[in-house]
Write a protein of this length. Structure first.
Length: 399
């Protein structure tokens, strides 16, 4: 692995009148010169029951913010799952909000202002915008506040794995959802790891594959005080059938689908012949125990990774080092070259889930990226134009 350290210009596109952030690394914030964002009035504590965040647009040219809505269903790590609607990517956005005393999803036409409500909040939207997956965000708040919602409590709080809670499939056209896989079914499928000890379970992350035929979820147990949770990687068909234990409970974290079968994963790789016995970055193949290490010995620390639109590059970051600096890097899957675009200071946070991960995201054609950062003293949204990098390293990176 050859690492080339550079320092490209990172331009802040958010104003200084609030705390701005987009959220997660696997959602699409770009539409031409527009960039989606959240705006909060604070960032020194976790969101509480009646706190709200603004949903809006940043203009890449004028760097002005336009508010579109306000939501009470949000957090600092993933926001309100804000994203462009793949079914109408030029004019509609999708995000989570509140309606009739519960969480819901919203599809908003930014030109007409017309809203359509989904009966459940979205956790993942298929690439064609036809379906969404939904999970229990109230339960997730009890598990990890930085990923759940604070307004309403978990109706299944006293259930370790309810038969009425789990994964829901939402029809994006009708707005109606149905339970396709219950927590009880997930427990029955995967509980062998825990032996005779019952566990309270939660779904932390869930994502469709690239053609929407299957999905992957990280299933975790609520840990006892002083202990860490364990994570199982489970995949299933869109209707909840075809369950497969891609990796049993252990160390599993961030991932990104390469196509409908392969997924890059920061994992212990416990079922793989190539596993090193510690967490690493692997390519896993769904419904098999086949896999390979990515850049052996380099991506051995947890990171947020995503493939470029042409699948030839991997955009990634890392958690703060001893000096609280975080890198943004682009790795070439073909040439084993990694270009470090820059390093950014991360302000310390009093609570783990308040941290501001960079969560770098590609634009639609791979010519630009954006990320969230606190290196100027507050949360802000930044972009790096990749034209200079391609000019310098294009032949090497894209070979």
């Amino acid at each position: 692995m050859e690492i080339i350290k550079k320092s490209y210009y990172a331009r802040r596109i958010s104003p200084l009148d609030g705390e701005y952030f987009f959220g997660y690394y696997d959602l699409q914030p770009f539409n031409g010169k527009l960039h989606l964002t959240h705006k909060a009035d604070f960032a020194d504590r976790l969101q509480q029951r009646f706190d709200t965040a603004q949903i809006g647009l940043l203009d890449l040219e004028t760097e002005k913010f336009e508010e579109l809505d306000v939501t009470g269903a949000w957090n600092f790590q993933q926001g309100a799952m804000l994203q462009w609607n793949p079914a109408a990517p030029e004019e509609e956005i999708v995000y989570n909000s509140l309606a009739d005393g519960d969480y819901c999803g919203v599809i908003l036409n930014i030109q007409s202002g017309r809203k359509r409500l989904l009966d459940r909040p979205v956790a993942s939207v298929s690439r064609d915008g036809r379906y969404a997956l939904s999970i229990n965000f109230a339960r997730l708040y009890d598990f990890r506040p930085g990923y759940g919602y604070a307004r309403y409590g978990d109706p299944f709080y006293h259930h370790n794995h309810s038969s009425r809670d789990g994964v829901f499939l939402t029809d994006m056209l009708t707005g109606k959802s149905r339970l396709i896989l219950s927590m009880q079914e997930i427990w029955e499928f995967s509980h062998a790891f825990f032996g005779d000890k019952d566990q309270k379970m939660v779904i932390n992350h869930i994502t469709f594959n690239t053609d929407g035929s299957r999905f992957l979820m990280l299933v975790r147990n609520f840990p006892e005080k002083g202990k860490t949770h364990d994570t199982a990687v489970i995949t299933a068909d869109r209707d909840g059938g075809g369950l497969f234990l891609l990796s049993d409970y252990g160390v599993q974290s961030h991932y990104s689908w390469f196509d409908s079968e392969k997924v890059i994963f920061y994992s212990g790789g416990k079922e793989l012949d190539c596993a090193r016995g510690w967490a690493n970055t692997y390519i896993l193949k769904d419904k098999t125990y086949e896999g390979e290490i990515v850049a052996d010995g380099f991506f051995h620390k947890d990171h947020h990774m995503s493939y470029s639109p042409d699948r030839r590059l991997i955009l990634t970051d890392c958690y703060p080092d001893a000096q609280r600096m975080q890198p943004i890097r682009i790795f070439s899957t073909g040439s084993d070259i990694c270009v470090e675009l820059g390093r950014f200071y991360s302000m310390p946070s009093s609570v783990t889930d308040l941290r501001c991960d960079l969560h770098p995201r590609w634009n639609r054609d791979g010519s630009m990226l954006s990320f969230d950062s606190t290196h100027e003293g507050r949360r802000g949204v930044y972009v790096i134009d990749l034209e200079e990098m391609y000019r310098e390293f294009g032949d090497s990176l894209l070979s």
